[in-house]
Design a binder for this molecule. Structure first.
Ligand SMILES: Cc1cc2nc3c(=O)[nH]c(=O)nc-3n(C[C@H](O)[C@H](O)[C@H](O)COP(=O)(O)OP(=O)(O)OC[C@H]3O[C@@H](n4cnc5c(N)ncnc54)[C@H](O)[C@@H]3O)c2cc1C
Ligand code: SF4
Ligand code: SF4
Length: 420
């Protein structure tokens, strides 16, 4: 296969880290192939409402000077229009081969049922059939998605009536082999579903949720339009209890600290106490790790009346009125306390994204508790010869850190290109 010095850079994962790397490489004149396995970009940050440290819109915030955040609003940047970015949605890498600087990548590209260039997001298909949905009104590419696993009689009507003829249910997936010079792994994290952590009853009662699920309730673009409602009966939630270190710092699950869950738990506690009326928040913890400047969230939430209980949850009993009776052992007071709780929110561990182990194995990389490990501890983002990683693919990380790492990757690639 013919190669040129300008083979593109492959970026796996279109979350904050992958998008930053793609946009900055593209703006520097380097072609990229940005591969995302879902039908929309944004990754975990797509539905998180406000972002620490600035409490701004997730994609538009600017960090302070010492640790900059994203300076571009991805929702408004023409990610899909930038000629140097070849964005491939519903796409996965099937095989890596070749040598550093001359990799061959076999891609498995899923069917494109909706043409984003034609879809005007008019919403007609969503009205007609459950198989169509809009992941977020701000999604990129700007188009609805279709799930072929959902059977609905309205689907044929939606196809016929789509005003721009954007739907093609006969679309087929393709396989394609591309040549790339460098590989950037930006596959992010997954919030552990704590179904096996029996003591917290996740999956046994709808009002027991995770922090990521709470973020989606708080999001004004989410299902409840930002209203704090109990999933069990849609009634307003008045008392929220959060439990820290669920599955993290625990030899039975993940021995490491997930690093950012204390901060986002307190960000949520701050939103609940400052933006919602008559909501009480209690946080059950063993240690609160609000690193760096995030100590502010701890101080602010204490001042706002959030109750911090150092100890362990002893039992949870569902009540007839859909609330939960939670007994907590307070290790500072050495006594058991009883709470009536509407929403029981678990700060569950952040684990490597599925497929990370295959990438590590196929490329012969180091593993750091299942995340991508640095090949040299001094340059965290360099994980192999012409192979880089950034963001939560390297371990739980906040957005500013993910962005900084993505920029470090871009700078390494630009240096290499100069020497070629
Ligand atoms: C509840 C909660 C609240 C948070 N709040 C904040 C906050 O306020 N401020 C803050 O700075 N951070 C916050 N974070 C952290 C933030 O979500 C991460 O910093 C950010 O999402 C990391 O971006 P990323 O691109 O590295 O990973 P991700 O967002 O995980 O994106 C990875 C992308 O890669 C794709 N992918 C994965 N594997 C593959 C594969 N094999 N092939 C193709 N595509 C793949 C995924 O589909 C995804 O789109 C929060 C996290 C949680 C859980
Ligand atoms: S009906 Fe067509 S144009 Fe309207 S949202 Fe659906 S796919 Fe897009
Ligand atoms: S950040 Fe906080 S909640 Fe998360 S694992 Fe570490 S100590 Fe526990």
């Amino acid at each position: 296969m013919k190669r040129t010095v300008s083979d593109p850079v492959l970026i796996i994962g279109a979350g904050v880290a992958g998008m930053t790397a793609a946009v900055e490489l593209a703006d520097s004149g380097i072609k990229t192939v940005l591969v995302e396995r879902l039908s929309t970009t944004g990754g975990n940050a797509l539905n998180l409402y406000k972002a620490f440290p600035t409490d701004d819109c997730f994609y538009c915030f600017e960090g302070n000077r010492s640790r900059p955040g994203i300076r571009k609003c991805f929702y408004r940047s023409a990610l899909t229009e930038q000629p140097n970015i070849d964005l491939k949605m519903n796409c996965q890498v099937e095989e890596f081969s070749g040598t550093p600087g001359k990799f061959s990548i076999k891609l498995d590209i899923g069917p494109q049922y909706i043409d984003p260039k034609k879809c005007t997001m008019c919403g007609l298909c969503i009205e007609k059939s459950k198989a169509f949905s809009l992941v977020s009104p701000q999604c990129q590419p700007q188009a609805v998605t279709y799930d072929p696993k959902i059977e609905d009689e309205g689907t044929t009507i939606a196809v016929e009536e789509c005003p721009t003829k954007a739907i093609n249910l006969e679309a087929k997936g393709t396989k394609k082999t591309i040549n790339v010079s460098d590989i950037v792994i930006a596959t992010g994290y997954h919030e552990m579903k704590p179904v096996n952590v029996d003591e917290y009853g996740y999956g046994t009662h709808p009002n027991i949720i995770t922090q990521l699920e709470l973020a989606q309730i708080l999001d004004p673009l989410g299902e409840t339009k930002g209203a704090l409602l109990r999933p069990s009966d849609g009634k307003p939630a008045k008392h929220v209890m959060m439990v820290q270190c669920v599955g993290s710092r625990d030899e039975n699950y993940y021995p490491y600290c997930s690093k950012i869950c204390c901060v986002y738990a307190l960000k949520h506690a701050a939103i609940l106490t400052q933006e919602r009326e008559n909501v009480d928040v209690s946080v059950v913890y063993m240690d609160i790790r609000t690193y760096d400047r995030y100590e502010k969230y701890y101080r602010d939430t204490r001042e706002a009346g959030v109750e911090f209980v150092r100890g362990r949850v002893a039992s949870i009993e569902p009540q007839k009125d859909e609330s939960l009776e939670v007994i907590v052992y307070d290790s500072l007071l050495d006594k058991y306390l009883k709470f009536a709780v509407d929403l029981f929110v678990l700060s569950s561990a952040l684990e490597p994204s599925s497929g990370s182990s295959q990438i590590i194995e196929s490329l012969g990389l180091k593993s750091a508790s299942g995340f991508i490990g640095a090949s040299n501890p001094e340059t965290e983002v360099v994980v192999g010869n012409r192979i880089y990683a950034c963001g939560s693919a390297l371990g739980p990380s906040e957005v500013p850190e993910s962005v900084t790492q993505a920029r470090a990757v871009v700078s390494k690639i630009l240096q290499n290109r100069k020497c070629e």
